[in-house]
Design a protein around this ligand. Sequence first.
Ligand SMILES: C[S@@+](CC[C@H](N)C(=O)[O-])C[C@H]1O[C@@H](n2cnc3c(N)ncnc32)[C@H](O)[C@@H]1O
Length: 258
Amino acid sequence: MDRFASVIEQTRPRDRPASVRFDLRATPSKGYGFYALHAIERGTLIIDESPLVAVPPGINDASYLLGALKKLTQEQLTTFHNLHFDDNEASAGEDDKAISIFALNNVEMGSEQTHGRAVFAKYSRLNHSCLPNIDNSYSASTGKLTAHAIRHIESGEELTTSYINLVQPAEQRALELRQWGFECSCSVCGSRDVAASNKRRQRMCSIREAFDIMVDHDDETVDPDAVPITPSERSTWAAELAKLCKEEGLVGRDLEHA
Ligand SMILES: C[S@@+](CC[C@H](N)C(=O)[O-])C[C@H]1O[C@@H](n2cnc3c(N)ncnc32)[C@H](O)[C@@H]1O
């Protein structure tokens, strides 16, 4: 079985939450990606899976990962080795390739990496977008990562998530994504309207930063650098932020950063 056919085999419908269908295809510029086979309503559960391999918080030692891989079944190991890897590592030894696969495909489990990082058979196939249609949530009690549609997804649309904080201007997003080893070719970064989007995100950042140094007029614990703000000023700025988020189409977790 070639690499592509074997990947398709691993993502057969029986492994997915009932009734949501998507398939893995080559994208024009991002390697493989998942595409919806029908329209998906906002809020729909799309992926529900346990990690293939997980590394607990604070462990940076490659030997932990290599030891964990030894405990996988042959089928799981094949799934892991079929994930995206850096072409420069193609001729590297087995261990270096495994480390590169983990580095390029790992996902934070819980915010602030409370539960470490893991690689997933399906979720790790999602490409990044600066206007994603999927967000995830990790449950420590079930040990599973779930991914839901955060807006309506059209049939044929690519399923995408975000790897970074999106409330940042394009240059800062590009800088962060470069650490993941790629130049973003998502619909926002590749669009003719990138300048308008950038202006909105810059303004969102400025408002967020301003909120960070502001305190209520009647706050007793006054920080000398803090700028006093009245409740009416606060709500004017919050309304502007909400309007900018709506114009940008940013929903879900990104609102936390706004
Ligand atoms: C976690 S993998 C995602 C799935 C991968 N495309 C595959 O073929 O399995 C991350 C890699 O996908 C590519 N990628 C993801 N999002 C991208 C984007 N917005 N623009 C360009 N490349 C992207 C980059 O090569 C990145 O290192």
